[in-house]
Design a binder for this molecule. Sequence first.
Ligand SMILES: [Fe+2]
Ligand SMILES: [Fe+2]
Length: 171
Amino acid sequence: MPKADDALSILKHDHEQVKKLFKKIEAEEGQETTFNQIKVALELHATIEEEIFYPAVKKARSEEVKDEVREAYEEHKQVKALLAAIAEILPTEESYSAKIKVLKDDVDHHIREEEGEMFADARKYLRAAKLEQLGSQMQARKDELQAITEAEPGASGERKTTSRTEKSKEA
Ligand SMILES: [Fe+2]
Ligand SMILES: [Fe+2]
């Protein structure tokens, strides 16, 4: 049995956290504070996967696994683009909740593929000790990124009004 802090446990824990935030935002009908929490959580999660987990999985001697990782990178790009697009608009805008819904569907799909395929392959191609080592690396990187994010103004779900206020002035 893998230890509680191996790479896959850390990533699954992140997935659960994001799923909860999506449930929350749906119940709130698109609350901006929750959106900012989702954005921060997804960006952080994507970073530790892209920097540490995906490169390790991509070393597997299997074209199929390499393809899974390539697809995952592309899905991250889509999710990030959507996060950026939502951050640019106000919750009162007509397309806001539709965009949140598409984001949730994309993220659900991505999580299903990771947990259903990539994690199984990671277990197949990486040793337990390697998964634990990747887990520690990811946790350390996450802590570091979290500290940076918390030090930024507008982090932890506060409203980021500046850019939009400036934009509406220009308009
Ligand atoms: Fe993930
Ligand atoms: Fe991912």
